[in-house]
Design a protein around this ligand. Sequence first.
Ligand code: GDP
Ligand code: IMO
Ligand code: MG
Length: 423
Amino acid sequence: MKMDVLLGLQWGDEGKGKIVDVLAPQYEVVARFQGGPNAGHTLEFDGIKHVLHQIPSGIFRSQILNIIGNGVVLDPIILKKEIEGLGKFSIDYKKNLVVSKKATIIIPTHKLLDAAYEQSKGDKKIGSTLKGIGPTYQDKIGRSALRIGDILSPDFREKYDTLLAKHKTTLSFYDFSLDALPEMEKQFFDAVEFIKTLNLIDSEYVVNEALAAKKKILAEGAQGSLLDIDFGSYPYVTSSNTMTAGACTGLGVAPSRIGEVFGIFKAYCTRVGSGPFPTELFDETGEAMRKEGNEFGSTTGRPRRCGWLDLPALKYSIMINGVTQLFMMKADVLNIFEEILVCTHYELPNGEKIDRLSFEIAEIDAKPVYRKMKGWNCSLKEVSSYDQFPEELKGYVTFLEEELQVPIKLVSVGPDRTQTILR
Ligand code: GDP
Ligand code: IMO
Ligand code: MG
């Protein structure tokens, strides 16, 4: 049995949470493999809207084992709040949620360091979610982080104090107040006690034993490929490998065990935070997309930058992830436009046209070259199958498939579970 992977191909917020929830009935295990509470995965069903940050999006399906894998950086305070926030759903956490002992812990000073680093960057700031992601991965790679397994050790406090002292030294170089720390620490140790009551496991064994037992596993990505630490728009990226390879290291699954790779993209582009965005719209069209798509961050509430679909970027993401099926999200948001633009190439200042992604092109003033297409300009509310799509939308889908050379197997036409059209 192989493990399927679902991930975002743009700058995050493509609609991963919705689709994991839609696909979950076909699986027995859903596992998060990287990122942390910087993620905000929205699910809508039965008139309820819910945003998950660290808990995998299979949690609302009672047959699913949800794994927080070793590649995740976990904030105990946020996990406790998330679980408490799901109180009304009568979910059996002991049975349906497990946490890798090798997941890395976000401690309060990681969040202060995140804020201090951002503050010191001035107008070069990343636009971090300030959840402590970068500093925690730094400590992981620097071999000084705490892991979930450490909370079970009698000398956890000692280990914590060693890391705290290191962080305080670093923070002393910044003009940054530590006034908030005592209250954050109180909440942290309270949450750590709560985490001890959860099922803490060696998830690499659980995942591989599940595969050996022919159980179906879906790995749920967070963020998006253009935020990948290696291949994204560095340095305006997150601090983990958001790509398929990250599912191998973040769960302990061999590359030969990867099955389908579901790549999710919006029918246009958004980005929250700083960094290059070649097709960004600064005019009323971009404003209309933001309004129609309700493009405001699920984690921070920040307005998302909006623009037309960028094919060179999408091709790049498909290449580095080995995408086998594409899922196009938020097609309904384009209902409002009489004309839809798709970037097929970039034009360099010397007139040369290229279709390779290079984030430097944003800096050297390369311009997107667009293909204009007639919009469908009507509601998709009544649509329940692909053949009911307006011809222009079908044309959009086939045009993209020809360009991308990967089948688009799903089109999402609204935020609800049911507003999902399979092909
Ligand atoms: P994720 O981080 O990839 O899980 O995506 P987010 O949840 O951060 O952002 C996606 C947003 O779009 C959420 O508010 C979803 O409810 C919403 N959404 C998902 N699919 C669709 C769709 O097809 N149409 C519309 N209009 N909204 C959608
Ligand atoms: P989901 O899983 C969109 C962005 C931040 C910032 C950069 C670095 O919901 O798609 P970080 O806090 O990781 O240090 O921020 O990455 N970012 C996201 N943007 N969706 C996300 O997650 C994101 N997680 C981080 O806005 O630009
Ligand atoms: Mg999100």
